[in-house]
Design a protein around this ligand. Structure first.
Ligand code: BES
Ligand code: ZN
Length: 385
């Protein structure tokens, strides 16, 4: 009893002490981290400490945050430069081709993309009770993705594609598949998050996450499969990332983006596919580009690919208004990233984070989802070939 009281008093004073804007002093950082608290970056320059339990409440009430506990360096605060590059995290620091140039080789590869494969991938991913980043089934889902990546790589060994885990501080690893280039960089990245969450009961609740984000995860697998089978041997490497712990505050993507930055790796671009299957019945079907936490030059390039290779037009979405998916982790480290979303923000799938995020939702569309795999193939080919 006494001990509990004292401990909560310490926790409380720690929370009060550093619940302030600006960099966190090293001493405070280490003390609170050792107590098991999580450091959340809610908005530009604003950090708060929360317990794991309180973090769920932030997830339910606040919209979006970076959980930076595993990547924060109190001696460096390496997030600052990327964050001040542009308003709302919009960067435009890169040069991309003015439009598509490889229609002759790309269209035949796009023609090999198959809805039946997307269905198999989504069926497997949604068969886990949930893909929560702190649950055993969440770890098993990572293993299934790595196994699938390896079996796809084996379909055409001449390409030399490989798969690997990127381990985290929690049980669920992220997965990285690589199609090697003739040189080591800069890297062209496609990302999706492989975790899912039942917001009412994160640890044990059923969270099929068919749209959020089995859809993007399956698009990546099918894009990878089509490129490997086509014998794609690019000049520069292409990587496919399935991020763990996105729902816990962009955990998996922040760890990888920070490690690439620190290793001095060059990144040509990062394309995030998070929710690609739902289009609201009665509205116009589009690919909706998010306008915040992205690189505007990359958006313009991707729009030209939609015009050339997809069967539906693009639109600019209203802003998420916060760091709502893994593209924001790359943007934060100063790398160009974009997120083409399923619908304009606000008309997206109402069932996410519940037991109802399944393929039988009215508006869930396999043909819509296929469009994003087409974009994935075009993006990888046009940037890296
Ligand atoms: N897929 C969602 C993000 C999303 C939802 C974008 C609806 C646009 C419309 C993502 O998996 C998610 O839930 N993100 C969290 C933030 C995250 C940092 C915990 C969110 O949006 O609350
Ligand atoms: Zn998501």
């Amino acid at each position: 009893m006494r001990f509990t009281l004292r401990l909560s008093a310490i926790v409380l004073s720690a929370v009060v002490l550093v619940n302030a804007a600006g960099p966190i002093p090293k001493k405070e950082f280490e003390k609170n981290k050792a107590l098991g608290l999580r450091l959340l970056n809610i908005e530009l320059g604003k950090y708060v400490w929360r317990t794991e339990f309180e973090k769920f409440d932030v997830m339910r009430t606040n919209k979006g945050f970076f959980d930076v506990t595993d990547v924060y360096d109190p001696e460096e605060d390496d997030f600052k430069p990327a964050l001040v590059k542009g308003e709302m995290g919009v960067t435009a620091v890169s040069a991309f081709p003015s439009g598509p140039t490889r229609q002759n080789v790309i269209q035949p590869v796009i023609n090999t993309l198959a809805i039946a494969n997307l269905q198999t991938y989504v069926a497997n991913l949604t068969s886990f009770n949930n893909r929560y980043y702190r649950s055993q089934t969440g770890a098993q889902a990572s293993q299934w993705i790595l196994d699938t990546v390896n079996s796809i790589a084996a379909l055409n060994p001449s390409v030399g594609a490989t798969g690997a885990f990127f381990n985290n501080t929690f049980v669920q690893p992220s997965i990285i598949a690589t199609i090697p280039g003739k040189t080591n960089g800069p890297i062209t990245i496609l990302g999706a998050h492989m975790d899912s969450v039942n917001q009412a009961n994160p640890t044990n609740g059923r969270a099929p996450g068919a749209d959020d984000d089995a859809s993007g995860s399956a698009d990546l697998l099918e894009t990878f499969r089509a490129l490997v089978v086509a014998g794609f041997k690019p000049s520069t490497p292409v990587e496919f990332h399935w991020y763990a712990g996105e729902e816990g505050g962009l955990l998996g993507s922040q760890a990888i983006a920070q490690s690439y930055k620190r290793a001095g790796k060059q990144v040509k671009a990062m394309l995030q596919l998070d929710m690609t299957a739902y289009t609201k019945p009665g509205t116009k079907e589009v690919v909706a580009f998010l306008p915040d936490y992205i690189d505007s030059t990359l958006n313009t390039f991707l729009e030209s690919l939609v015009d050339e290779y997809l069967s539906i037009p693009w639109a600019i979405s209203p802003a998420c208004g916060y760091a709502c998916s893994d593209h924001a982790s790359w943007n934060r480290q100063g790398f160009p990233s974009s997120m083409p979303f399923e619908t304009p923000f606000g008309t997206d799938n109402p069932q996410i984070h519940t037991t109802g995020d399944t393929t039988t939702v009215n508006g869930f569309s396999w043909t819509h989802m296929l469009e994003y795999a087409k974009l994935g193939v075009a993006y990888a080919y046009e940037l890296a070939a």
